[in-house]
Design a protein around this ligand. Structure first.
Ligand code: C5P
Length: 304
């Protein structure tokens, strides 16, 4: 059973106070992009996880892998014996690892969808979203896809009206950033001073409904950007280079270090990508669009 699952970018990411459970209160707008991982789940005598593709060597293949934790959570939920889990998960990475695009969460969401099909479970999307939320803040959105408003720690999702398709150029960095470290850096910056905060979310929702990229571009914002740039000062150059190459605006994606540049249309995105890839400010560039649907079964074969 093979599932394709897209990466996300946060169009708006307002980070509030630290809660008692250590998570930060968020108001965020997610959009899923046409950059995907593929996850195959199959019945096998040798259970475990295998990872191939983009950055595969940096992904754990033991019980720390979020996709494997998804296998265990779903098994527990439906009362299967954890000692008898004859499941193999093959992950083909297209989403950069530790890139701020929720690649690990994507794989967990894809695993839930794949296994629910493989095991022929009668399980609704809402029930699956509940299990997803236990796995990580971004996992429910990765099931859902499209464009959505996330609140709580990011796991409470409401779909958002988004007209037309938006065209993006992504700049992948060398190496990743650990999400907890970036949140920690933001806490530190806030103790020291007043790092910039994004505005209200409503204008972002209005711009999405208008489908007008110039309007949306002015409103892209991410409270984690200052922290990501503080940890990786070179990102400042990347962000400047994208705009100099003709993008309408750029933002650090989630906790970074991937940068996402919104472009006026598909042709502009191709031009921006060509110029940015020659600027020497990132490892590689990709042209993508959004929104796209969340985790979806694309093949019924059960051989990984
Ligand atoms: O939910 P997830 O496991 O993806 O979060 C990874 C880390 O990011 C958390 O352990 C926490 O340090 C940070 N985080 C946070 N507030 C959120 C989401 C994530 O502090 N709302």
């Amino acid at each position: 059973m093979t599932v394709r699952v897209p990466a996300k970018v946060n169009l708006h990411l307002a980070v509030g106070d630290v809660r008692k459970d250590g998570f930060h209160e968020l108001t965020t707008v997610f959009q899923s992009l046409s950059l995907t991982d593929e996850v195959t789940v199959a019945v096998a005598e040798d259970p475990g996880v295998e990872v191939q593709g983009e950055g595969a060597s940096a992904v754990p293949t033991n019980g720390a892998n979020l996709a494997w934790r998804a296998v265990e959570e779903l098994a527990r939920h439906v009362g299967r014996d954890l000692a008898e889990l004859k499941v193999r998960v093959l992950i083909r990475k297209g989403i950069p690892v530790s890139g701020g695009m929720a690649g690990g969460s994507a794989d967990a969401a894809a695993t839930l969808v794949g296994l629910a099909n493989l095991w022929k479970l009668e399980i609704g999307r809402d029930e699956l979203a509940g299990i997803a939320a236990n796995l990580g803040s971004d996992v429910p959105f990765m099931l859902h896809g499209g464009t959505a408003l996330g609140t709580g720690r990011g796991e409470a999702i409401v779909p958002v009206l988004s007209r037309h398709t938006f065209h993006w150029v992504l700049a992948f960095a060398r190496g990743g950033l650990a999400t907890p470290k970036v949140y920690g850096e933001l806490d530190r910056l806030r103790l020291e001073g007043e790092p910039p905060r994004v505005g209200e979310v409503e204008p972002v929702l209005e711009a999405l409904a208008s489908g007008e990229p110039h309007r949306l571009a002015q409103l892209l914002g991410n409270d984690l950007q200052a922290a990501a740039v503080s940890l990786r000062p070179g990102l400042r150059r990347t962000l400047r280079a994208g705009v100099a190459a003709g993008a309408l605006a750029g933002t650090v994606s989630g906790s970074g270090p991937t940068c996402a540049f919104l472009c006026a249309d598909a042709d502009d995105a191709l031009r921006v990508a060509a110029e940015l890839s020659g600027a020497g400010v990132c490892r590689t560039v990709r042209v993508v669009h959004g929104p796209v649907p969340g985790a979806r079964v694309i093949g019924g074969d059960d051989e990984p």
